[in-house]
Write a protein that binds this ligand. Structure first.
Ligand SMILES: C[S@@+](CC[C@H](N)C(=O)[O-])C[C@H]1O[C@@H](n2cnc3c(N)ncnc32)[C@H](O)[C@@H]1O
Length: 89
């Protein structure tokens, strides 16, 4: 089953996040990867951790974000486990 998700309020999310070059960001609901892609596109030194509890969504995000694979770590988990995830990546 193909997973596709159009990122909602993308411009608003990016403007309110006030992304810093070289920053490290966590997308706790990476889904299809749309918001993460926009964050990674802002600066070539940005690193990102993409979390999702849905394995199908995660593999869709991995496919979409393959060009950024050097700068992104994917974690199949519930964001309620965020602290543990951040200790392991
Ligand atoms: C609306 S989609 C996110 C779309 C994503 N921002 C994009 O641009 O494609 C929400 C995602 O959050 C994931 N999700 C919802 N609750 C979660 C939780 N507690 N922990 C981890 N992932 C969760 C769902 O599996 C789904 O893939």
């Amino acid at each position: 089953m193909d997973f596709y998700h159009k990122p909602v309020l993308l411009d608003e999310v990016i403007s309110y996040l006030a992304i810093k070059p070289g920053g490290v960001y966590v997308d706790c609901t990476v889904g299809g990867g749309g918001h993460s892609e926009a964050i990674l596109n802002i600066d070539p030194d940005i690193q990102l951790i993409g979390i999702d509890q849905d394995a199908i969504a995660l593999s869709a995000a991995q496919k979409r974000l393959q060009p950024y694979s050097e700068r992104i770590k994917f974690v199949h988990s519930n964001f309620s486990q965020l602290i543990n995830v951040l200790h392991t990546v």
